[in-house]
Write a protein that binds this ligand. Structure first.
Ligand SMILES: [Zn+2]
Ligand SMILES: [Zn+2]
Length: 322
C-alpha cells in the first residue's frame, strides 16, 4: 500500500515528504477504506510547515470505498464513503455526549496521532463514516469535510436575511464558507487579493472586493477570518460592528499579534470554529446549493506531490488520486 509520509526529522530540512510502499495498519475494530480521491487544504500545507508537530501520513479530506470492516460493521463493505476526522476515546464525558471532536484523548486523521488520507488506504471506525449518495460524484464528495467545517458556523450564530457578513480571504475554504453562509439568505461580501479567485466568488453570488478596497469599518454583523494568516483576524476585528461576532476559521502554525482592547470596548464576540456536520454538508452539496467544480485547480497522482503542493499554495483546491 502506498502512502505519502512526513518524516519527523525532515520537517526542518525542507524536504518534508516522501512516498513509501509499507503496509498501512488497519486498527482493531476499524474499517479499511481504499481512498479514491483526497483533497489538499490549508491545514495540510500548515502541517508540512510543522503545524501540530505531526509526522506520518497527512491528509484528512477524502472519498473512498470500504474494503474491510469488523464483525458488526460488515454492511459497510463496498460502500462509497467520506469520514469524520476526529476519533475519541469513547468513554470520557465529551465522547459520551457525542462530541468526540473535543475528546482530550482524540486522534485526528492526518493531523494528530493517526495516519491520514494521502495514501492508497486509511483506517477509521465505522461510526466516523457517512455513505455518499449517488448524486454526488467523487470530485464533489471529496469536499464534504471542508463544507462541513463551513457548516459549523451556522450552529454558532443565527443568520438572517438581513445579516451583513464579511468573509476575509479568497482561498478554497473562504469560497466554501461564503457559499454556505449565503444559503441563509445573508448578504456575503468576500475580501481577497487574487483577481481570479474573486471572480469565482462573484460568479458564485458573493460581493467580491479587493482586500485593499476602502470598506466601511465597524459595519458587518459577522466577520469570518478564513485567510490562514495572522493579518486576517486584524481585518475581521476592524470590519465587525460593536457587539458583532468574529468567527476564527484559520488554523496556522505560529502566533497572531493583536491588540485586543477594541474587542473589549466594542463588546465583540470571538468564536473559534472547527469541524461541523457531515449530514448538513452532504445535503447542501447534493442540492447544488454549494458548488465545488469552480474550486478545483487540478488532480495529481501521489507521486506528483511536489507539483500538487506547489499548486495548492497559490491556486484553489488540488486533489490527489492515490
Ligand atoms: Zn482541512
Ligand atoms: Zn473521549
Amino acid at each position: 500500500m502506498k502512502s505519502l509520509v512526513i518524516a519527523p526529522q525532515d520537517v526542518s530540512h525542507g524536504s518534508p515528504v516522501h512516498i513509501t510502499q509499507e503496509p498501512i495498519e488497519t486498527r482493531a475494530g476499524e474499517c479499511r477504506v481504499a481512498v479514491t480521491l483526497a483533497g489538499i487544504c490549508g491545514t495540510d500545507l500548515q502541517v508540512l510547515e510543522g503545524y501540530a508537530g505531526f509526522s506520518g501520513v497527512p491528509g484528512h479530506e477524502f472519498v473512498g470505498v470500504v474494503e474491510t470492516a469488523p464483525a458488526g460493521d460488515r454492511h459497510w463493505i463496498g460502500r462509497r464513503v467520506v469520514g469524520e476526522i476526529n476519533v475519541g476515546c469513547g468513554t470520557c464525558s465529551w465522547c459520551r455526549t457525542d462530541t468526540a471532536n473535543h475528546c482530550p484523548a482524540r486522534s485526528v486523521l492526518g493531523i494528530q496521532g493517526r495516519a491520514g488520507a494521502f495514501a492508497s488506504h486509511l483506517s477509521l471506525p465505522a461510526d466516523n463514516l457517512h455513505e455518499v449518495p449517488d448524486v454526488l460524484d467523487d470530485e464533489t464528495a471529496v469536499f464534504v469535510e471542508p463544507t462541513a467545517a463551513a457548516c459549523q458556523i451556522l450552529t454558532q450564530f443565527s443568520f438572517e436575511s438581513t445579516t451583513r457578513v464579511a468573509v476575509i480571504g479568497d482561498g478554497r475554504m473562504a469560497l466554501l464558507v461564503g457559499q454556505v453562509l449565503r444559503t441563509t439568505g445573508a448578504a456575503v461580501t468576500l475580501l481577497g487579493k487574487h483577481e481570479r479567485k474573486l471572480r469565482v466568488a462573484s460568479d458564485l453570488g458573493m460581493t467580491a472586493r479587493r482586500s485593499t478596497d476602502e470598506l466601511p469599518v465597524s459595519h458587518f454583523d459577522v466577520t469570518v477570518d478564513v485567510t490562514g494568516r495572522p493579518t486576517g483576524l486584524l481585518r475581521a476585528m476592524e470590519l465587525v460592528r460593536p457587539r458583532g461576532t468574529v468567527v476564527m476559521k484559520s488554523t496556522f502554525h505560529g502566533e497572531t499579534p493583536i491588540t485586543l482592547w477594541p474587542a473589549v470596548v466594542d463588546e465583540v464576540t470571538l468564536v473559534g470554529s472547527r469541524c461541523g456536520s457531515f449530514a448538513d454538508a452532504i445535503a447542501l452539496l447534493a442540492d447544488g446549493r454549494v458548488h465545488t467544480a469552480p474550486l478545483i485547480a487540478g488532480t495529481y497522482a501521489l507521486e506528483e506531490h511536489v507539483t500538487a503542493f506547489d499548486t495548492a499554495r497559490s491556486k484553489l483546491k488540488v486533489l490527489l488520486r492515490p
